[in-house]
Design a binder for this molecule. Structure first.
Ligand SMILES: [Zn+2]
Ligand SMILES: [Zn+2]
Length: 344
């Protein structure tokens, strides 16, 4: 079957992957829609994330929707042809962190789409029953695939301890920043400031409910009259995320870092403002089990998925979709690839 392989930096090609072999407890799924995530772009543009490098041709994709494509579906409460979400993390459910209710920090976690585990940008995959998540009738494949980034936003917002009418700053108006914006609004935030150096992204934030937008963290500091915000969130790829969120937050405010910085390190930041403000800092690594909340947020229209998935195409279009999203061209925010054909 066909699959998309990242061979190294800026080297993405269609190739052949054997059909998945089903291990005990696994079921066959046919991929309906796979979205390009910022983390997939790190592999495509840099050939890795931080110190995790691509060693051999790698199939990306962890944000996806699939149809159950297995004759044994009914034995496990599923229907053949049913559209489902798939949790990309495989937890051991036995280690200390799984037992503590922190499965995303599982010590033997395997993540679909993160090397050496191939992802979903292919025709068929195998998944264990516990990773297969039924969704309500009426969801589109793109909405189902987008549940994963919505989950990232929900996980981050849970850490943020957002209080009614809190002022919020969001750095980065990519898909995750725009999800955070909409969730913070639904959650009763006060003034929400968003910043992105790309004007089309800042404008999108305005359209999706931001009160004020700017190009950088400095603009947000100015918009608050120098006070800073109650909650500062980073959803960029900037290695300066620490310094910039510290600059935006008010004394005793909260900082949540969601973005994955380009390169290996965060840049050094001044100790003085950091210490004198006494912020609480939380860091996110993917998400814990928040699919029920993500499904409800999309079902209730808290998240405008159509506004964020800006481009679509078949497997043959994947190189141009990666290239366009990675170079922020043509208003690109997030792209959907349909490995089994573009829906009508
Ligand atoms: Zn992702
Ligand atoms: Zn575990």
């Amino acid at each position: 079957m066909r699959a998309l392989f990242i061979h190294g930096e800026k080297d993405l090609r269609l190739g052949d992957l054997p059909e998945p072999e089903l291990k005990p407890g696994e079921y066959k799924l046919k991929v309906a829609s796979a979205l390009i995530c910022g983390s997939d772009l790190h592999y495509y543009i840099e050939g890795g994330i931080g110190t995790r490098r691509i060693q051999k041709p790698h199939v990306p994709g962890h944000e996806f929707a699939a149809w159950v494509w297995d004759d044994r579906a009914e034995e496990v409460g599923l229907k053949k042809g049913q559209l489902v979400a798939v949790e990309p993390s495989h937890f051991c459910r036995e280690c200390e962190y799984c037992r503590r209710g922190l499965p995303h920090l599982c010590t033997s976690l395997r993540f679909r789409g993160s090397p050496p585990n191939h992802g979903a940008m292919t025709e068929f995959i195998a998944a264990p029953r516990e990773s297969i998540i039924p969704v309500p009738e009426g969801f589109t494949a793109d909405e189902v695939a987008f549940l994963e980034p919505v989950g990232i936003g929900i996980h981050a917002l849970k850490k943020a301890d957002l209080q009614l009418a809190d002022s919020v700053a969001i750095l980065g108006c990519g898909p995750i920043g725009l999800v955070l914006l909409q969730l913070a609004r639904a959650h009763g935030a006060g003034t929400i400031y968003c910043a992105d150096p790309l004007e089309y992204r800042a404008k999108k934030a305005l359209a999706l409910g931001a009160d004020q937008v700017g190009a950088s963290y400095k603009d947000i500091v100015d918009m608050t009259g120098g006070r800073g915000v109650d909650l500062a969130i980073d959803a960029t790829t900037s290695p300066d995320a620490m310094a910039e969120t510290i600059a935006m937050v008010r004394p005793a405010g909260r900082i949540v870092l969601v973005g994955i910085p380009t390169g290996v390190n965060y840049n050094a930041f001044d100790a003085m403002p950091f210490r004198s403000k006494e912020p609480t800092i939380k860091i996110c690594n993917r998400m814990s089990e928040v699919y029920p909340e993500a499904i409800e947020a999309v079902r209730r229209g808290m998240i405008n998925v159509k506004a964020i998935i800006t481009h679509h195409g078949a497997m043959e279009d994947a190189v141009s979709l990666f290239e366009r999203q990675g170079s922020y061209r043509d208003g690109s925010l997030k792209s959907a690839i349909y490995p089994n054909g573009v829906p009508n």
